[in-house]
Design a binder for this molecule. Sequence first.
Ligand code: PRP
Ligand code: URA
Length: 240
Amino acid sequence: CRALPARTNSLVIVLDGPQTPAVPPRKQLVFSFMDTHVIDHPLAAALLTTMRDERTDNPSFRSALRQLTQMLVYEAIRDAPVEEFDVRTPVDTARGVRIAHPPLLVPVLRAGLGMVEKASSMIPQSRVGFVGMARDEQTHQPVPYMESLPDDLAGYPVYVLDPMLATGGSMVHTIELLVQRGADDVTAICVVAAPEGVAALSESGFPVRLVTASIDQGLNENAYIVPGLGDAGDRQFGPR
Ligand code: PRP
Ligand code: URA
């Protein structure tokens, strides 16, 4: 699979089609017109490498995730509108700014928990909602088990925090919960995305953009991202 270019408002992804001995490999073109930003920075690449490395222990994985979250949120909020106001310096008055509409942060439990503390410390005025979602590892379908969200999200920017966008089922379901509450400005912030997940998000038709550190090759037979980084929940908190 390949995704071009690194920073774009529309993305063309070439997915490997089904491959059996009887059917020669074929390519399927998926056109994604979703606003997609793949961060391109050597520090982000180094942190992602630490997270991918199977020798990285739980505390080091959580630490790298926190630091990479900082870079992802930094990019996600880059074009946010600001309000100007005056501050007194020890010397004079300076024109300052603050984020005009701080977002609602929504970590998807469990794995998104490792992103929320850093994101909320960067945007202290942000509110936090929660969605609990566990993927059924046989069917690969999301199984929601908890939600705690404000009732009315119309006009409210929402940042969904989940390190992994694999089939996209968990993210699409989470965004559906947000859209039911009127959300019309959603940003999915993911460490690693599979092309299949990007396509699912784009095809959902929901008002969403994606900020990620990588679009990987694809999914394996267990719907794990390849090369990916394994199970992001287990790698932070240990096996269930
Ligand atoms: C992981 C991950 C996403 C989901 C991605 O969570 O954090 O929520 O899988 O897969 P999808 O795109 O195919 O839906 P998981 O269900 O393993 O739960 P956990 O966070 O509790 O480990
Ligand atoms: N969930 C994960 O944690 N990792 C994957 O690769 C896919 C789903």
